[in-house]
Design a protein. Structure first.
Length: 234
């Protein structure tokens, strides 16, 4: 039976709307807390899909957060085997590091709802379901990454060039958050309260208003994107 392992970095950043797709397919999901799990007891090749979720630490912060070394090694083994991997936000940055690319603070922090700019490759991929005429996108990151050798750039924003890439047949890295739901974001507003307060031009009232305006479309399109992406390799 297909199975899914989701590496989680903070409890409130979960699979969101894409878990609904997995439940409908009958693919059981189990979460592992990346900061505390015994990676030696996990087989990186055992599951049908590995999802590496977001979080507030940097993919280069292994001196302060040593678990990152083990997590990067775990994800690298999965990528080397050519098995399906989806990285979201921090997960995408971890994938970039696994593939030899640099991860570093971006020129600007993106928190809020912004449209994607799809490349030609992106428009021909399942990310076409997330095109700007179909949905806005939730962004929540301060870091960015160089494009790994051999990767295909799929999406950008006006301020950050590298927002999504594919690598091989079944690895996809997304710096943005197509999985979020309006209900789930209420937990983000609590969990990220310090970051929101410290970021000029960002406040909960605006985030909540924009979520009310855009989240329903993203929930619909996010499910369509994820279903199409699974069908591309399953």
């Amino acid at each position: 039976m297909p199975s899914v392992l989701a590496l989680q970095h903070v409890a409130f950043e979960d699979l969101g709307s894409i878990e609904t797709v997995l439940n409908e397919r009958g693919w059981p999901v189990r979460y592992a807390d990346a900061a505390t799990v015994d990676f030696a007891a996990l087989d990186p090749l055992a599951d049908t899909l590995l999802v590496v979720l977001g979080g507030p630490v940097g993919a280069y912060d292994e001196q302060d957060y040593p678990f990152l070394r083990k997590e990067i090694d775990f994800v690298r083994k999965r990528l080397d085997a050519g098995l399906p991997v989806l990285g979201i936000c921090l997960g995408a940055q971890i994938m970039a590091r696994c593939l030899g690319a640099r991860v570093y603070p971006g020129p600007v922090k993106e928190i809020g709802w912004l449209p994607l700019i799809l490349t030609d490759a992106g428009e021909k991929s399942p990310l076409a379901h997330l095109a700007p005429e179909k949905t806005a996108m939730l962004h929540w990151h301060g870091d960015t990454f160089d494009l790994p050798d051999g990767a295909a750039l799929l999406a950008s924003t006006e301020r950050i060039a590298h927002q999504a890439f594919s690598w091989g047949e079944a690895a996809l890295a997304l710096q943005f958050h197509p999985e979020v739901t309006a209900r789930g974001l209420e937990r983000w507003f609590v969990g990220h309260t310090a970051e929101i307060a410290a970021t000029p031009g960002v406040d909960v009232a605006r985030l909540r208003a924009d979520t009310g305006r855009y989240a329903r479309a993203l929930e619909r399109q996010g499910k369509l994107w994820f279903e199409a992406w699974i069908e591309s390799w399953a």
